[in-house]
Design a protein around this ligand. Sequence first.
Ligand SMILES: NC(=O)C1=CN([C@@H]2O[C@H](COP(=O)(O)OP(=O)(O)OC[C@H]3O[C@@H](n4cnc5c(N)ncnc54)[C@H](O)[C@@H]3O)[C@@H](O)[C@H]2O)C=CC1
Ligand SMILES: O=C([O-])CC(=O)C(=O)O
Length: 332
Amino acid sequence: MAGTTENAPVTVTVTGAAGQIGYALLFRIASGDMLGPDTPVRLRLLEIPQAVKAAEGTAMELADCAFPTLESVDIFDDARKAFDGVGVALLVGARPRGPGMERGDLLEANGGIFGPQGEAINAGAASDVRVLVVGNPANTNALIAASHAPDVPADRFTAMTRLDHNRALSQLATKTGMPVSAIRRMTIWGNHSATQYPDVFQATIGGRPAPEVLDQHWVEHTFIPTVARRGAAIIEARGASSAASAANAAIDHVRTWVHGTPEGDWTSAAIVSDGSYGVPEGLVSSYPVVSREGRWEIVQGLELNEFSRARIDASIAELVDERDAVRDLGLL
Ligand SMILES: NC(=O)C1=CN([C@@H]2O[C@H](COP(=O)(O)OP(=O)(O)OC[C@H]3O[C@@H](n4cnc5c(N)ncnc54)[C@H](O)[C@@H]3O)[C@@H](O)[C@H]2O)C=CC1
Ligand SMILES: O=C([O-])CC(=O)C(=O)O
């Protein structure tokens, strides 16, 4: 199946492969969008037993695309087998929220999935494994997975806030009439939840500081709530949670992690805190990050005004509450 690709193959495990995001994600991974056209991909799909047949259908369609980068597809209902040799683990499989729910309401329903998957990653992953948690509540699920993988360095576990980041770029582009590519240094801080803080104070738009271009009232009362509540607005409109845009953000996250951020810009990712910017060490929080030589680094030395500090602190407080809740549930 593999064509004229040059690099060593990478094993990519996707959980929840028969779900909505899985269907939007797998074809892009297989086509080379995530790791590049020169890297063959060995896909391993993990599903619950009832959804294995649907995953088999997706595998048939993957075969029918005849992607030169797709070396193999295997389907499992056993996490240990699915994560054997994994280089990139995309933990998508989890229940989505419905109308009227916050993502934190899913803690109890979904938290139990991530401990066993962390253990399976610990047991079988490649030494340079990269893990992205998409299933909600993503930050705290990543914390659970990392805490069950003591032999895997904590910086290998991340959660997705790239969708929030992309939503913020899009809102700013629409508001200012500038192309998305003219907006730099946007940051999402904190939790992938309604408390997240989309920070424009460090951003530039067309080379000018964003606060000079934007009206503070619009930032506070329209922009921030629009970005932070976009997931709920999509659920309201579609009757189902974001899928294609979530898959796209997952592709962006891993591609940036592997291939690096462009000079002069950064992105947002939830990573295990080293204590930077007052986030308690060990919490999985979104930060401004660059990727250099395949590792995330937090952008240091940013000055935070009082408004930003208060917003970040509120999101951190929620992450602390979520951590305490999963500890009480015995999931950590
Ligand atoms: N971090 C982010 O930005 C975003 C996160 N999400 C979250 O992603 C998750 C998945 O969303 P959808 O694909 O729309 O849901 P879905 O319900 O369409 O698919 C979920 C799939 O996961 C599978 N699954 C459940 N438990 C599993 C387990 N233990 N192992 C393997 N597979 C398992 C289910 O059988 C199902 O096929 C949800 O938690 C959703 O809230 C969604 C959008 C954005
Ligand atoms: O809002 C949800 O539940 C799904 C999600 O995480 C998003 O779209 O950001």
